[in-house]
Design a binder for this molecule. Structure first.
Ligand code: HEM
Ligand code: HEM
Length: 193
């Protein structure tokens, strides 16, 4: 039976019924920042260099660097809570969910990592916040720059495709199966479980 709103506070850590406060904060903050990054680059591709696209793209390196830190924290938090998170069931469907989430994690890490690797190997200094994080390499480290060029852009669009699939599956859960999946990650409905 579905629970009603209980008013009980959500736990910090995850439980087998719901994602806790920390997982939710990380999930939604990272989702918003990723969409900011992808929207900005999408606008740049579609409109070229306009004030609107420059508004988003101007913060791309800073937001991307912060995102990488948040994503690393999220991976650590997921490992710390593994075995104590909502289950996805057995069989092929459960396996598909686990593989889908694993793919999201892998590409989410790889996209900013490849850009930072390229920045590290570049012959220009990397100082997204005005403070030098990586000094210029003399000469540039070729394989790092090439790996970044190869992976970063394409990886970014692959991430967008995975996110679209993820959101579509949530819509199917909510609209068709009505199994309360969204309430594990949003709202207070699952708190008393
Ligand atoms: C998870 C965070 C990030 C996402 C989702 C993301 C996504 C993207 C996308 C979709 C593109 C456009 C590729 C194209 O034109 O087809 C791009 C380009 C770019 N990004 Fe990021 N990015 C992220 C983090 C970063 C970071 C941390 C840096 C800096 C170290 C960075 C630097 C760049 C640069 C310089 C470009 C233009 C050159 C290129 O296409 O590779 N990005 N990014
Ligand atoms: C935009 C980037 C997004 C990424 C990268 C992402 C990634 C993930 C990942 C990896 C999980 C597994 C749990 C975890 O480890 O935190 C998850 C769970 C979840 N996400 Fe997202 N998500 C995104 C956006 C969204 C959006 C927009 C929605 C709402 C429509 C959503 C709804 C959910 C729900 C309901 C769960 C729990 C699913 C379950 O327990 O089976 N996500 N998300």
């Amino acid at each position: 039976m579905r629970t009603t709103r209980s008013g009980k506070a959500l736990p910090f850590r995850d439980t087998t019924a719901v994602y806790g406060r920390v997982s939710r904060l990380l999930h939604w903050t990272i989702a918003a920042l990723l969409l900011w990054q992808l929207l900005g680059m999408g606008l740049k591709l579609m409109l070229g260099r306009t004030p609107v696209s420059a508004f988003f793209v101007g913060s791309h390196q800073q937001v991307g660097t912060v995102l990488f830190g948040l994503i690393v924290l999220r991976v650590i938090w997921a490992l710390a809570n593994s075995g104590n998170r909502p289950a996805h069931g057995g069989g092929l469907r459960g396996l598909a969910v686990r593989l889908g989430h694993l793919a999201l994690y892998a590409v989410m890490v790889l996209v900013p990592f490849s850009a930072l690797l390229r920045a590290y190997g570049s012959d220009k200094p990397f100082a997204p916040f005005g403070v030098e994080i990586f000094a210029a390499q003399q000469p540039a480290i070729g394989w790092m720059v090439q790996a970044g060029n190869l992976i970063h852009g394409e990886g970014g669009w692959l991430l967008l495709a995975l996110i679209a699939g993820h959101v579509a599956m949530v819509a199917v859960h909510e609209g068709l199966w009505r199994d309360g999946t969204l309430s594990r990650m949003a709202g207070r409905q699952g708190a008393r479980l």
